[in-house]
Design a protein around this ligand. Structure first.
Ligand code: SF4
Ligand code: SF4
Length: 76
């Protein structure tokens, strides 16, 4: 079976911890991180990137443009 993998890049310094990405992600990829960034926010992390289906909802909802999702590889 072919499966599309995606690479998720999250700019932790740009993230303001709003949690919109976690709210919209249908695959529960994101969780709040455990450290405070330079701007005083707790950035989110892509903790289950292997579940990503590439729907791009997180990319479009992020108000700070700190998320990127790109097709990574095709595995069998
Ligand atoms: S592209 Fe879709 S499935 Fe992948 S992390 Fe973003 S919201 Fe979740
Ligand atoms: S939507 Fe963007 S700014 Fe908000 S928590 Fe997710 S990555 Fe951070």
């Amino acid at each position: 079976m072919m499966a599309r993998r995606c690479e998720i890049t999250l700019d932790a310094d740009g993230c303001k911890g709003c949690g919109y990405c976690e709210t919209v992600c249908p695959m529960n990829v994101y969780e709040r991180g455990a450290f405070i960034n330079e701007r005083g926010y707790t950035p989110y992390r892509a903790v289950r990137p292997e579940l990503c289906v590439g729907c791009m909802q997180c990319y479009y909802v992020c108000p700070d443009f700190c998320l990127d999702v790109t097709p990574d590889e095709v595995s069998r």
